[in-house]
Design a binder for this molecule. Structure first.
Ligand SMILES: Nc1ncnc2c1ncn2[C@@H]1O[C@H](COP(=O)(O)OP(=O)(O)OP(=O)(O)O)[C@@H](O)[C@H]1O
Ligand SMILES: [Mg+2]
Length: 329
């Protein structure tokens, strides 16, 4: 990070060896956004690209790495805005930080709808989705193998594989007939969007994965549901971790969905749900591995509830159905 008088001017991101193709992915994603962007999506433009060397502990030697320098995104990441709500000490502070978070979420939903609007709407996103179907299937098998751990918090996951299979089948059928292939961010968690309350604008960063939603001719082939699902899951997970109340997270999820659907309605709820489940089981498995941590069982149970909520995204999005189960401490 490079700052002058405490103001962040630029950010240098190092792409370590092994990830070096990601520099090309990141730059082609940025190029796509710069070329196709009719001023609707703010990015942090790249300022310079360089190569450097990084010490690799495993190899015990310096190895080549890539560096990209970007303009600083204005404002603060939505992940930080979420934490600010949790950290608020007074009612007034809570209201103020919550209002900023809500505005940031509405702007982000609008940005994603604009991005997804670039799609040609002529093809299905089924090819893009297949690897996610594979991932969620494998991950759910792993989760079931850990059943004895979840039994300790009173949750039975033995029917998870079957439920995942049903939802994958439904999503695959819907994707086959859908014509909503779009460019998608691909890693749309709240840490990758910055919101500046002053200008009320959102800036998107970390776009490496966008290139995976473009085919060899640069035509969009991604599933917009990927961004919706990931954002909703990470908002839920990070919100709970930051100490936001259930009703606050729920209100934010509604704002997100409502703002998005004002601009775009072409998506499958089953696909949002199965991709949300994919993201939730990934968090669950990571949590299961780190079982030495304090409050392990509490957060494990919470993540199991969040997984259930992701399944419910397949149902009609009415207030009642989106309502989460109470999170128990
Ligand atoms: N242009 C930018 N302006 C301001 N901050 C930035 C910018 N780019 C990156 N950052 C900061 O650096 C952090 C990491 O950057 P980035 O998201 O690109 O990397 P990452 O390792 O891929 O992150 P993750 O995998 O968690 O999404 C961001 O969360 C943000 O706080
Ligand atoms: Mg990031």
């Amino acid at each position: 990070m490079f700052d002058v008088d405490d103001q962040l001017m630029a950010v240098a991101k190092i792409f370590p060896e092994g990830l070096k193709n990601n520099v090309a992915d990141e730059l082609s994603s940025l190029e796509y956004l710069l070329q196709h962007n009719p001023g609707k999506i703010n990015i942090a433009p790249p300022l310079a690209v360089a190569s450097t060397r990084l010490f690799n502990d495993k190899k015990g030697e310096y190895v080549p790495a890539g560096v990209v320098m970007y303009e600083a995104a204005q404002g603060t990441s939505l992940a930080e805005h979420i934490r600010n709500v949790g950290k608020a000490r007074t009612t007034l502070e809570r209201q103020a930080t919550f209002a900023i978070l809500k505005a940031s979420i509405e702007e982000t939903a609008g940005l994603l709808a604009n991005l997804h609007g670039y799609g040609t709407k002529m093809r299905s996103s089924e090819v893009y989705l297949e690897p996610f179907f594979e991932k969620v299937t494998l991950r759910s098998q792993k989760v079931v193998r850990h059943q004895p751990i979840y039994a300790a918090v009173g949750v039975n996951v033995s029917n998870l594989e079957m439920r995942v299979k049903e939802l994958v089948d439904q999503s695959r059928r819907e994707a086959h007939y859908s014509r909503n292939a779009s460019p998608v961010h691909g890693d749309a968690h709240p840490g990758n969007f910055f919101y500046d309350p002053e200008s009320q604008q959102v800036t998107v960063i970390d776009v490496i994965t966008l290139s995976a939603s473009l085919d060899e001719n640069g035509e969009p082939c991604g599933a917009p549901e990927r961004d919706l699902a990931q954002f909703l899951h990470m908002l839920r997970r990070d919100g709970a971790r930051a100490g936001m109340r259930d009703d606050e997270v729920l209100e934010c999820s509604h704002d997100f969905i409502n703002s998005y659907t004002k601009k775009s309605t072409r998506f499958s709820r089953a696909t949002v749900a199965i991709l949300g489940v994919c993201s939730a089981v990934s968090s669950l498995l990571r949590m299961t591995k780190s079982s030495g941590e304090q409050q392990f069982f509490g957060s494990l149970k919470q993540q199991l509830f969040i997984l259930e909520e992701m399944f419910r995204l397949a149902d009609p999005w009415k207030e009642r159905e989106l309502q989460g189960l109470p999170i128990e401490e």
